[in-house]
Write a protein that binds this ligand. Sequence first.
Ligand code: ZN
Length: 296
Amino acid sequence: MLYRLPLTVLLFLLSLTTAYAAPAMKALIVDGQNNHGNWPTTTQMMKHYLEDSGLFTVDVATTARQGTDPNFKPDFAKYDVVVSNYNGAPWPKETQQAFVDYVAGGGGFVVVHAADNAFGDWKEYNEIIGLGGWGGRSEKSGPYIYLDERGKLVRDDKAGSGGHHGAQHDFLIITRNDEHPITKGLPHQWMHVKDELYDLLRGPGENMQVLATAYADPKFGGSGRHEPMIMAIEYGQGRCFHTPMGHGNDSQECVGFITVLQRGAEWAATGKVTQTKVPEDFPTADKTSQRTFGEK
Ligand code: ZN
């Protein structure tokens, strides 16, 4: 029947096909200040991973290198998901408010590694990310939250600072919720490439699900607790995916990290995950798996 269609109709149908193939969602990575000097590289890595999912186009918004940047005013509302690779000075008040309004109104947020060190005194930010470390965090920030030996969630109000890690090493990620869209269908346990294993994080942890943990082994200087590694937080109408993984470039080359970032960003943006296929090179419980990213 196609030969009977006028050319204009054919062109219209073709444009629909093209539109369908293009990434449907928009992501924004925010960066510019971080105590991790490799942040320009990790921003490019995460940008590539999100684009590689085929779901997102990615913009980057970068602050001035020091101090509160009065010109940092990204239009958060334009995006389906905002990814933070930022650990630095407070954003302007107006930008803070725009960010809270964006998440509360149904926006998605992704917080990776040291981005959970940022903004220790910003109440709403800490509610959005659930848990944080350093940045002056203490018992005033909320309880320590971890899993005990039986897998039970513990909220510990004991006094003390938030945020710590032992020596970097490969460590095992254990899924604690196999039904959540971010973790569903992934191997129950997998070995993460050498990374800082954040422990003793603390925060309000409200409306937060701990989807996976890692044991912070005292033999590497860890807390001896099963520490949250993949978290899903709901805030107003919005969602936050939080992983404290991702210190060095190697740890962000981990296929487990990449997969969870892609799934977590989609979940934060939409509440669903369509990327259900597990990559063939996904790590196993015994073996890490890494994809080399460009120049190191
Ligand atoms: Zn680090």
